[in-house]
Design a protein around this ligand. Sequence first.
Ligand code: F0G
Length: 451
Amino acid sequence: MEKAFLRTFGKGPAKQYAIDQIRYKDDDGSLLEVVNPLPEYTAEQVSGLRELFSLRYLSLNPLDRSGVWRYREFLPSFKPFDNVVTLWEGNTPIYPLPVCAQYAGMDALLAKHQGNNPTGSFKDNGMTTAVTMARKLGARMVACASTGNTSASMAAYAARARMKSIVFIPEGQIAYGKLSQALDYGALTIQINGDFDAAMNVVQDVCEKGNIYLLNSINPFRIEGQKTIMIEMLHQLGWSVPDWIIVPGGNLGNSSSFGKAFYELKSCGFIDKVPRLAIIQARGAGPLYKSYIASDRTLKPVHAQTRATAIKIGNPVSFSKAWYAVDYCDGIVEDVSEEDIAIAKSRIGADGIGSEPASATTVAGCKKLVEKGVIQKSDQVMCILTGHLLKDPDYSVEFHKDELYLDVERKTTVSGSQKIDTRGFSNKPVQLPADASVLLDYIEKKQQPPS
Ligand code: F0G
């Protein structure tokens, strides 16, 4: 079979590069993608492969245990798989969300919780493949810019691979859960005086000049691993395709990888239809949404502002690939307000699941799309919850104390801050004396069925 290779992404004449060439962009700035030469599967081969994937669930081989490498037939660019760096990533559950379904006006709602990954976010699916490639290419040092989760994930996988890692993060703008991970995993952690977009710019420069391997999702091998989020989801659904996938949009690597997954799965005959894709952005960080509404495919960067710090990104690197995913999956882009995000997050919590704020854009977006009549209440909808609740506990505590502000720096600039209305969904902690009768009185007063 033909070997995998790199190709420029986009409509112009495509240039090709060898799979082991260290390159993330073409000279004209276009992104690169991995081209996977997959066969055209017969119906018999499809069912054989599906059976093989199920058998691998029972295997003790680390490659089979990983929810990424289990699907390695769709990752031919990493052959022969002898450099794999895995933490048993993937294997994330699909949960029904009855409280969220009711909130969003749906009969039912499903969530695939990528926060149940080893470092608590979907980044692990792409990091296992990209660090594996780094090892294959002989990289000694890796780097990324991050709003927090990429850095946590990269630091963990680099530590496993005995590589040095450097993270560039926007100063004071990443959640502590994530920062603590990068520090614990031993990454050289550099706080940049600027936002994520500034960090993203500078890391590309540093990597090029310093001969350091770049692990942001501009690296096409990240996208390869993230494809398996969709493959594993289909496996868990018995290979039936949901009506909708809803995903948060930040740097737009995840949305891009989903589009690529469905393109490849359909082209090789593994599935016969694709779901619709809804990409949801925070209102203050929505360059793709703005482009979608204006039907203008040129990226106009914005100065990003949202308390969902994971997606506080105004100049997303995978913009053009995300547009491809929207086109291929008959997709739609929506935005949601800070209040919508905060309340949807509290509803995900009320389902006993929880997520970090960025993930809650999915449930908020679902509600909005139901109200607009785009999603029907009987549709099968899968929200991709991208990060764990404990990534950003400050946000949750501030929400429940009714002290959630858009401007995190409010302590020094109170006058310029904007409070996020919790609309009665907060669950304030109370202080009471350690006296059983007072406590029992209080508990009795509060005896109500859960909302
Ligand atoms: N949700 C979470 C929890 C994230 O951490 C991110 C991105 C996204 C959604 C958006 O995904 O960028 O693929 O569109 N976090 C990156 C980081 C940018 O540095 O951790 P995307």
